[in-house]
Write a protein that binds this ligand. Structure first.
Ligand code: CO
Length: 499
């Protein structure tokens, strides 16, 4: 019994981290949803202070004692083992770096963010370049402290996608890139015309909000433990499994944007709402990884939300609610929401070309971290890759290499998760189809509970107890493969574009 009691004591300690993290998340949610502009300074001070307290708890001697104690015990269950491993990782991540270097890095990273903003606004990479050079140097130096196996980039990947390596990514992304470029070629040679003009008619915000709320309820997002608000960029946050919030942004002259962002964030939200109570206070009460989280959001947004079956069920509802679609057939609506067009901007990309945007960033990050390219070469390299893979070329750096904020604070290793989400999702679908052979017939009839239950039983209920590579193997019986997603893309677009 002693072990159980000791673990309870450890959980009570972790609970403090959890409380503070929830306070931070709540402060950030408020900052992005309600806070008046001039509140920013006081709020930033508060966030900095609480973050410091979290850091102290994560790296205290007491934390080290707990970790070392449990690492010396042989009969831990899966949850205990994962909780200890997770704390060890967080502990080492900061403790292995000399304190003065870490403080120096934080300073540079925050200035770098401001420089990025200015550089993007003026479409001038040279403003950002010296900061990005420093941030990159720090990351290379930190990898030295953290240590690495195989490729240096593996250490960064491990923070976001434990168990995924450069070797694995080179394999699956290589296959995926080849397939997408091939499918894109066929689409560009297709004679099928897909129009999206109808989506730019006028759609009052209230009308969109009512429809999207109905949709979210129907697919399983629970408004008793959740709510939906507006923010500039849609996001999901939670303060435990009983309070999971999503946001969206309405454009009255673009119908698709809020619709699919709601389904996307709803997918993240459903995941968090399904986390079992007994994982609370272990720091494992969230998704298995960034990539697995994205697999759930993209499952609802794309695999279900952009399927013909889904709209066979919901299109009559659209017709009833929106006169704007009068005269438009289900088939043309379906083609419209699945139109493919290579573009410069990642966040506006369609389901097919999206992964190419990620693969480009992955290839660049890997070279940069290993010192095979330098920061000054990035704009050129970026533009060349966009031209080669997508056939488009930025006219300036704001719509090119400067478009994403992630590199400014050294968040390298994060982008791959977005494309991994697509691969995981399609592989889960493969298994789901075996378990529920009439899956899409049920979707046509509006039965979404069968999907929700499968995801809950197989994925959500585990929280972050298993690493993504273990989870995918347990759920699907196979290691991560690109084949499922490639087949999914091929099947879908060959029908739409008739090739
Ligand atoms: Co997401």
């Amino acid at each position: 019994m002693e072990l159980v009691e000791k673990f309870q004591e450890f959980k009570d300690y972790l609970r403090k981290i959890d409380y503070l993290s929830n306070a931070l998340a709540l402060a950030e949610w408020d900052m992005r949803v309600y806070m008046p502009k001039r509140g920013i300074e006081a709020r930033s001070d508060m966030v900095t202070y609480i973050s410091g307290e979290v850091y102290k708890l994560q790296t205290s001697d007491r934390m080290r004692e707990y970790i070392e104690y449990f690492e010396g015990v042989s009969d831990l269950d899966d949850v205990m083992k994962a909780a200890v491993k997770n704390c060890r990782k967080i502990y080492d991540q900061t403790k292995k770096i000399p304190e003065d270097r870490y403080r120096e890095f934080i300073k540079v990273a925050s200035r770098s963010g401001t420089a990025w903003e200015e550089a993007k606004e003026k479409a001038d990479f040279s403003i950002f370049q010296p900061y990005l050079e420093k941030v990159t140097e720090f990351k290379r130096e930190f990898i030295g402290y953290w240590g690495y196996e195989g490729d240096r980039y593996n250490t960064l990947l491990d923070f976001f996608e434990p168990g995924i390596t450069v070797e694995k990514l080179d394999e699956v992304f290589g296959q995926l890139k080849k397939a997408i470029v091939e499918i894109l070629g066929k689409i560009q040679n297709s004679r099928v015309e897909v129009s999206t003009a109808v989506f730019s008619k006028y759609f009052p915000k209230q009308q969109q909000a009512e429809f999207n709320t109905m949709l979210l309820k129907k697919v399983g997002y629970d408004f008793e433990t959740g709510r939906m608000d507006e923010s500039v960029h849609p996001f999901t946050t939670d303060f435990g499994n009983k309070d999971v919030r999503i946001t969206t942004h309405y454009y009255e002259n673009e119908f698709r944007s809020a619709l699919f962002s709601c389904l996307h964030e709803g997918g993240h939200g459903i995941y968090e709402q399904d986390i079992p109570d007994d994982l609370e206070g272990t720091l494992l009460d969230g998704g298995a990884s960034m990539g697995i989280h994205e697999s759930q959001s993209r499952f609802y947004e794309n695999i279900i939300g952009r399927s013909l079956s889904f709209w066979k069920y919901f299109y009559p509802e659209i017709k009833r609610n929106f006169k704007q679609f009068d005269g438009l057939s289900l088939e043309d609506f379906y083609k419209g929401i699945n139109r493919v067009e290579p573009s410069l901007v990642r966040i506006e990309a369609d389901e097919l070309t999206y992964s190419l945007h990620i693969i480009i960033r992955y290839e660049i990050e890997k070279e940069l971290i290993n010192g095979r390219v330098e920061v000054k070469d990035l704009p050129k390299l970026w533009n060349a890759k966009y031209k080669e893979y997508l056939g488009v070329e930025p006219s300036n750096d704001a719509e090119g290499v400067l478009q994403d904020v992630h590199w400014s604070d050294g968040s390298f290793g994060y982008f791959p998760s977005y494309a991994l989400g697509n691969l995981y999702g399609a592989q889960f679908l493969g298994r789901m189809n075996k378990d529920i052979p009439d899956l899409f017939e049920r979707v046509e009839k509006g039965d979404f509970e069968v999907i929700h239950k499968w995801l809950r039983d197989n994925i959500h209920r585990h929280g972050a107890v298993y690493e993504p590579s273990e989870l995918i193997k347990t759920v699907t019986g196979e290691e991560l493969k690109a084949d499922y997603f490639i087949k999914y893309l091929y099947d879908k677009y060959s029908k739409i574009y008739e090739f």
